[in-house]
Design a protein around this ligand. Sequence first.
Ligand SMILES: Nc1ncnc2c1ncn2[C@@H]1O[C@H](COP(=O)(O)OP(=O)(O)OP(=O)(O)O)[C@@H](O)[C@H]1O
Length: 306
Amino acid sequence: MLNVQNISFSYTKNKTVINNFNFTLNEGEHLCVMGESGCGKSTLLKVIYGLLDLKKGTIFWKKNQVLGPKEHLVPGMEFFKYVAQDFDLMPYTSVSENIKKHLSRFYPTESEKRTQELLEVIEMTAFEKTKVKNLSGGQKQRVAIARALAKEPELLLLDEPFGQIDNFKKNTLRRHLFAYLKEKNIACIVATHDKNDALSFADKLLIIRNNKIIVNDAPKEIYNNPKEKYVAALFDDVNEITIDGKTHLLYPHQIKVVKNSDKKAIVLNSYFKGSYWLIEAAFQNTTIYFNSDNPLNDKKEIALSF
Ligand SMILES: Nc1ncnc2c1ncn2[C@@H]1O[C@H](COP(=O)(O)OP(=O)(O)OP(=O)(O)O)[C@@H](O)[C@H]1O
């Protein structure tokens, strides 16, 4: 189990980036870390991997304490792997050599089998002989993930793992990768801006705001009962609507157009979203967003139900 206890970290004296974080993660569990840009997601991964020295607190993986560069000559924990945003690969060697570099040369058959297995997970079998320098950003990102998995770490730390990968590939890669991690009982922590990483695949979701953890729970709980607008806005457009003196946070799919109601709005815009339209409308001195099967005419008055 990963046990993060009362940790704090700052790069400079007067600005704390991680302020008293506490959480645990079991073996094989999958945690997503979300929050606005600059809130400290990447820093948290680096601290857990042992690349930075903590100001306060402790991190343990089972009985082993994670130590920073001050106390650990070669930074980075042996049973962890960390894939940074700038995946540092060997550009002049092939995709399969990059993966194999981390496998034992004494067992060539095993090593080849494992490389093939990982090439399949990242859907790069066709590129096994291609030099890394000739790959696209997204392809390099996939090779970096396979390389990190080569030695089967106990904990995998991924920083925006699908940031450079197109939607089509991203969806299959996510499914393959997270199923593979579960099958091998590899725990993982993913720093992401993408709600799909969290909602469909994470066991737990941790949300950071102003350098503090504000929520740590199952993604479904957080999505269904967002504690504040900041949290709901990580998943979708969110409407803050006051009804009878009480403020409600509503996602666009929770507002419907009806024939009659006392809640009237004026349509401002309709945005095509593929399988539905997102309607922008003026309601009680504020702008709201909701979904509709069809576009609505600008300036039209409509009745809504929440
Ligand atoms: N090496 C550094 N030296 C000083 N400050 C840094 C350093 N790296 C990051 N920071 C600052 O620490 C804060 C947290 O940065 P971090 O990269 O962890 O955020 P993040 O949540 O991962 O952001 P993003 O989502 O944009 O990747 C930011 O204010 C950033 O400017």
